[in-house]
Design a protein around this ligand. Sequence first.
Ligand code: NDP
Length: 294
Amino acid sequence: MSATIIDGKAFAARVRGQVAEHVARLKAEHGITPGLAVVLVGEDPASQSYVRSKGKQTVEAGMNSFERKLPAETTEAELLAVVKELNEDPSVHGILVQLPLPGQMSSDLVINAIDPAKDVDGFHISNVGLLGTGQKSMVPCTPLGCLMLLRDHHGSLSGMNAVVIGRSNIVGKPMAQLLLGDSCTVTIAHSRTKDLPEVVRRADIVVAAVGRPEMVTGDWLKPGATVIDVGINRVEGRKGLVGDVDFASAVEVAGAITPVPGGVGPMTIACLLANTLTACCRANGLAEPEGLTA
Ligand code: NDP
């Protein structure tokens, strides 16, 4: 038996289309254009490429894209001044500071200086707290994308056993909160978890966010489980990207699985656009877009 392949690329295109439609309505009916500001410090090639894609897709969705590129030697005070300026700019509804930041800066300090209502990455402590207490928040983009794929595939997730492998603040922990919010029974596994294959074997839903190429193999899975592979890894001597799940063996056991590439990856920017639209609607006291929030 071979699993259903969850097509994140096609789903992300649908999300971007929904966002673009809603943006066009906002412009026509209210004269409002959502705006996303992305701040990049330094010249890390991967970060530059992410920022380029974000800018391009923002414009394609009909939104305003503001890019602030700062040199690597920018001081923390200078970056905080830019964040303050963007916080106060009413044409900016979403602010994203591209991580990682150069060593002389505290990411926590900078992220927590962003107006929580404009924190489209959902990393501000206020948003983390709101999500943890089940209140309306800005939700981190990658876990939000995973949740959308799971809801689309299963409808209700209520009562399912979910195992999230990884406990980072940007993926693992918010993913666990979202699954709990949808009434899954959630286990968070990490590098100290004992007998990980046995823990994973109990899961109806497995979310792998580890950063270890092809760690989760088919024999770890309960037959029919849904597998969401967040991993993006490069392996020397191999072309392209590799997930945290060994796709070849997992596809034979799982019920459904996201491929890498073409699974979770494209959902992240689509959810960033959705979050910017949501932030803009909230800032203007308008109804939020349906199906694009947690
Ligand atoms: P982190 O490195 O911050 O966290 C990795 C987590 O995996 C940690 O909690 C760590 O445990 C755990 N871990 C490491 N080794 C093992 C192991 N052998 N067994 C069990 N758990 C283990 O990574 P991120 O959360 O930032 O990213 C995870 C993956 O997702 C990466 O491949 C990254 O590239 C990808 N990613 C993809 C995105 C997308 O858009 N698709 C966006 C963000 C990330 P411990 O805490 O104990 O150290």
